[in-house]
Write a new protein. Structure first.
Length: 139
């Protein structure tokens, strides 16, 4: 899926990402998605450690729906696409696709909901206005 306001993060598959069959271990796709969301936030001007220090919030995954379509293998060049599908007061839902850049094939798709959490109370908290104003609208 292509988003008009998507963020794209390149990933290379390392040996450590693969299982005994030589393909990317399924849990590593979630790690790739996490890294892309972190880099997306950085691209918007927000570092997660500073959000804890300055705003008192952390982002935590609340829900993940993942479809594994085809395997990635050692040394494949991938791109992880990030787009917002829903914004709420204390959560953001993303659509993320992992694409093999050589073939253009979608290998994995996910719908990931993150919650804004008060870092000290570990309870939901509204996303700070400074962050909200930098977020693109949902597709």
């Amino acid at each position: 899926m292509t988003f008009s306001k998507e963020f794209i993060w390149p990933i290379r598959v390392y040996y450590e990402d693969t299982d005994s069959g030589g393909v990317v271990y399924y849990a590593n796709y979630l790690k790739f998605m996490e890294r892309a969301r972190t880099e997306w936030l950085r691209h918007l001007g927000f570092e997660q450690d500073r959000l804890v220090e300055q705003e008192g919030i952390i982002f935590a995954v609340r829900r993940a729906e993942v479809d594994f379509v085809a395997p990635a293998r050692f040394n494949d060049a991938l791109e992880v696409r990030v787009g917002i599908v829903e914004r709420k007061r204390a959560s953001i839902t993303f659509r993320q696709d992992i694409i093999n850049t050589s073939s253009g094939q979608t290998l994995c798709s996910g719908k990931i909901q993150i919650a804004s959490i008060d870092a000290s109370k570990l309870r939901p908290r509204a996303i700070p206005e400074a962050v909200l104003k930098e977020l693109p609208d949902a597709e």
